[in-house]
Ligand binder design. Structure first.
Ligand code: PLP
Length: 353
């Protein structure tokens, strides 16, 4: 602490990202990166952009990328003006908190969810109320029928991996016509169903997605939101009061190329899904309970052994998974789906425990 700090900074409890250790031969299953890597077309596009143009500012409106995203969702009638892009979906979410969720009444989110939400609440001084997940770690739409200043949840939820059917999302939307409902779809491409199909029916719906997970571009920092034009306009106002150029030239061309290589994207998602199903089976054979996951990770606990102990033993063998020391989930581990080899190392280490 320093006397030069603002009182806001003094009271912040910043988000702690999963660690990125610099150990050799690490089996890194702790931050939900995609082990299959980005499309070669993305690398090519970025290499082509490495030229003297870097002295020029990028397009402040990221027009080409908005068009690529709208085109990808063209079957659902999405127009470029309904797309907002940012430096990772974390930045998009931050602008959503400041521009759409800061209201007179508290916003609602699940008790077990993405731990960045309470951090944005403290940064932007948004009041919040947490709603417990059910005993089976599901979101019950009936719990979201109460006065609120907005609602946000990931679907699939993190770190549980559980997916809520769109019918239930609709139930929440219909019960809350006066609030913005944000569906954070960071993991939707691993077997979920996107609520972007609902955007043109619900002017209060915002769907956010990222290129970090399914498109394997966590290092490029690109995220986006799709919503009614008026909600997007709010986000543009926040963005243009904060940073006119959140996406650099390399990120822009790389992201556009990612949306142009569907085959790579689909193969990569299917690879993750197949490994997830295989790992789930193996874990169950080893006495783990695994929540049904539609994400690129599983949330699992052993029937006898403590989560923290398992995480520590794995670590000694160079395998890093995520453990949250929090109420209700302290015995769970969140394990990112790796390559077959990585998953085999994990299974081997667990069976020797
Ligand atoms: C990973 C993740 C994000 C953020 O991803 P970015 O890398 O910032 O695009 C957002 N929400 C959830 C639930 C996530 O797990």
């Amino acid at each position: 602490m320093s006397k030069y700090w603002s009182s806001l900074v003094e009271n912040l409890k910043p988000y702690v990202p999963g660690e990125q250790p610099k150990m050799a031969n690490l089996v890194k299953l702790n931050t939900n990166e995609n082990p299959f890597g980005p499309s070669p077309k993305v690398i090519e596009a970025i290499q082509k952009e490495l030229n003297d143009n870097l002295r020029l500012y990028p397009d402040p409106e990221s027009k080409a990328l908005k068009e690529a995203i709208a085109h990808y969702y063209t079957d659902h009638g999405i127009k470029p003006k309904q797309v907002f892009v940012g430096n990772g979906s974390d930045e998009v979410l931050a602008h959503i908190f400041q521009g759409l969720l800061k209201q007179d009444k508290p916003i609602l989110f699940p008790d077990i969810t993405y731990s960045f939400y309470p951090v944005y609440c403290s940064l932007y001084q948004v009041e919040s109320e947490t709603i417990p997940l059910t005993d089976s770690f599901e979101i019950d739409p009936a719990d979201y029928k109460r006065p609120n200043g907005g609602i946000i949840f990931p679907n699939p939820n993190a770190p549980t991996g559980r997916f809520m059917v769109l019918q239930h999302v609709v139930e929440i939307l219909e019960a809350n016509p006066d609030s913005v409902v944000v569906v954070d779809e960071a993991y939707v491409d691993f077997g979920g169903e996107t609520a972007i199909t609902l955007v043109n029916d619900y002017p209060n719906l915002v769907v956010s997605q990222t290129l970090s997970k399914a498109r394997s571009l966590a290092g490029l920092r690109v995220g986006f939101a799709v919503a009614d034009e008026e909600l997007i306009e709010a986000l543009n106002r926040v963005k243009d009061s904060f940073n006119s150029y959140p996406l650099d030239r390399l990120a822009l061309v790389g992201a556009v190329a990612a949306f142009e290589d569907n085959q790579w994207f689909e193969d990569s998602c299917n690879g993750v899904i197949n490994e997830r199903e295989r790992l789930t089976e193996k874990l169950e054979e080893l006495g783990f309970e695994v929540l049904p996951s539609k994400a690129n990770f599983v949330f699992t606990r052993h029937k006898e052994k403590a989560g923290a102990d398992i995480a520590a033993s794995l670590r000694e063998q160079g395998i890093i998974v995520r453990h949250f020391d929090k109420p209700r989930i302290s015995d769970f581990l969140r394990i990112t789906i790796g390559t077959s080899d990585q998953n085999n190392s994990l299974i081997k280490a667990l069976s020797e425990l």
